[in-house]
Write a protein that binds this ligand. Structure first.
Ligand code: NAD
Ligand code: MG
Length: 306
């Protein structure tokens, strides 16, 4: 097994440091990519933790499935889980193979098994298939991270076609119902489910109403499922990121001209980096959060949310 410590730099997440200056306040140049966007093409590059997340053995021998684990927050979660000792399966769209292979490499370099599962989660049968494949190849499943998501700006309701609304709902919330349903028969007591919601559930941007409303739905789904599964010993929680520099943003997730200002409206005055989300997911996946269910951890640089 590769040394986890050797992979981390002096400024890993456990280093005492000023959160304001841990990362620079980036001003991404105006840029665009076709949806879903690639980490490999981002300017500047985002930090998914390859050289900045140090594991401390909190998820040894756990088996995790992370949807959208090829890039951004999901990639950072997959990397952190592997550094904490878990084997990890990631799902992604077929056009994201390059990013997915990079994350798989980091997982393997961390001494853990990586499973890559390309496909479209708006297809109900793929939601079932990813769970079956993850269970088969990992030899079980005890962490499910429903993280894949679609965000495309539309200035007004008149410019938001039903087709986009339906696709956003399919990818963000219907896939969550389907994947979770498929996973349930495999999850033992002690297993955890973590859903990626958003600050948009609380402070919807006027040009993201389809996306924001799926995130509010995810919040209610998370709390209701937590109550439904508590008796089985399965905990369900959510993480609500604020503005994080990921491929979602420069692939129509924000108006292009607003990218240079992205994240500057937070109390810390900067966008978050994907790896800054990872410790929240690790905490919720680990048994140390045994009394935490139906909760949301807000990781947003200081945009107070309920
Ligand atoms: P990202 O683009 O890196 O990750 C999203 C992933 O979703 C993609 O990599 C893709 O693999 C997957 N995906 C999208 N549509 C899919 C489909 N139809 N089928 C299968 N997979 C699909 O961006 P990210 O910002 O890391 O997003 C991860 C999650 O975090 C999303 O749920 C997003 O809504 C949420 N989030 C992000 C931010 C932010 O500022 N970046 C803020 C709040 C919430
Ligand atoms: Mg991606």
């Amino acid at each position: 097994m590769a040394s986890q410590d050797a992979d981390a730099t002096r400024t890993d997440q456990l280093q005492f440091q000023n959160p304001k200056t841990r990362y620079p306040s980036i001003e991404p140049p105006e840029q665009t990519q076709p949806e879903p966007g690639l980490d490999a093409e981002m300017l500047p590059q985002a930090d998914i933790g390859e050289f900045s997340y140090r594991g401390t053995g909190r998820l040894v021998d756990r088996k995790a499935l992370v949807s959208g684990g090829d890039s951004g927050i999901g990639a950072a979660v997959a990397v952190a889980f592997a550094r904490e000792g878990a084997d990890v399966a990631i799902t992604y769209l077929p056009q994201e193979e390059e990013d997915a292979q990079n994350v798989a490499r980091i997982i393997r370099d961390s001494g853990r098994q990586a499973v890559t599962l390309p496909g479209d989660l708006t297809d109900a049968s793929f939601c079932r298939e990813v769970v079956e494949q993850a269970v088969e190849q990992l030899g079980g499943l005890d962490i499910l991270v429903n993280n894949a998501g679609k965000q495309v700006v539309a200035e007004s309701l008149e410019e938001l076609p039903d087709e986009q609304v339906e696709q956003t709902y399919q990818a963000n919330i219907l896939a969550m119902f389907r994947t979770t349903r498929a996973a349930l028969p495999h999850l033992p007591a002690g297993a955890t489910i973590i859903n990626s919601t958003s600050i948009q559930a609380y402070q919807p941007s006027p040009d993201l109403i389809d996306y924001a409303s799926t995130k509010a739905a995810i919040n209610a789904f998370t709390k209701g499922m937590a109550m439904q599964l508590a008796d089985k010993g399965i905990r369900v929680n959510a993480v609500a990121p604020g503005p994080i520099w990921t491929p979602l943003q420069p692939s129509k997730g924000q108006p292009i001209e607003e990218l240079p200002e992205f994240g500057k409206d937070t109390a810390l005055g900067r966008a978050g980096q994907p790896t800054e989300l990872a410790p929240a997911y690790v905490f919720l996946a680990s048994p140390e959060s045994s009394y935490v269910l139906g909760s949301t951890i807000h990781v947003n640089g200081g945009k107070p949310s309920p």
